[in-house]
Design a protein around this ligand. Sequence first.
Ligand code: SF4
Length: 263
Amino acid sequence: MIAERGAKTASTATRMMFVCEIFSAIQGEGALVGERQVFLRLAGCNLRCSYCDQPEALVKKRGTARVEVRAGSRRWEQFESPMLVDQVVSLVERLLRQLPHHSVSVTGGEPLMQADSLFPVLEKLKAAGRLVSLETNGTLVGRLRKISNLIDYVSMDIKLPSVDAEDVPLDVHRRFMEACDGSKLAMKVVIGPRTSAEELASAMELVHAVCTSSEVFLQPVTPFGSVTEAPSPADVLRFHELALRIHPRTRVVPQTHKLIGQL
Ligand code: SF4
């Protein structure tokens, strides 16, 4: 599931991107929580996490993308997807100009599935002086290398099999972390009622060994789809203590955008 298949290098492919939506919202997770961002959600993912709340973003296919007309209005225009990269940049910039935003969040799906097309988009955003944050499942290290110098923040998941029902070897995450500049990297670990102390400890030991200065955000799973249970308050305290004893730069942050009824 985590092989880096299907990378396209042909020029036509790199001029087009499969987009799900573009909108302005409040970041609800991780190191940039509470910041206003323009979200560029791309289609396609190489994983299938059990709690995934973006099922429409899992497959790269022809269809429609929705784009907010005015930042925060939740009024939408429809566009055919895939879209030209210049059009994507222009629609992102349209929202950025309407009110002060901290940065652009490139999310998915797994945005690195479209690293070749993302490259010119990021080049243009950086040329305009924009900050860019990448939200990634931390598995496609080869594709990260193509765009890493154009990214200001990386929010990387560490997948625990007990929560994600995916079997991502920690060594895959290790290689991804090693390819990131630690100063821009933060990690998110979703925890659930069946998370084991051993698997969480292994993940925290890896972080502490590879990215000592990076922050980790434990995120209690939000029930969605086949996931019906969140960890208990006692579980969260216990997991936090365990994580702190290994990697002191660990905080607990739930999905705050869902608490306040945001996208
Ligand atoms: S990596 Fe993210 S987008 Fe992909 S299946 Fe998991 S939660 Fe969903």
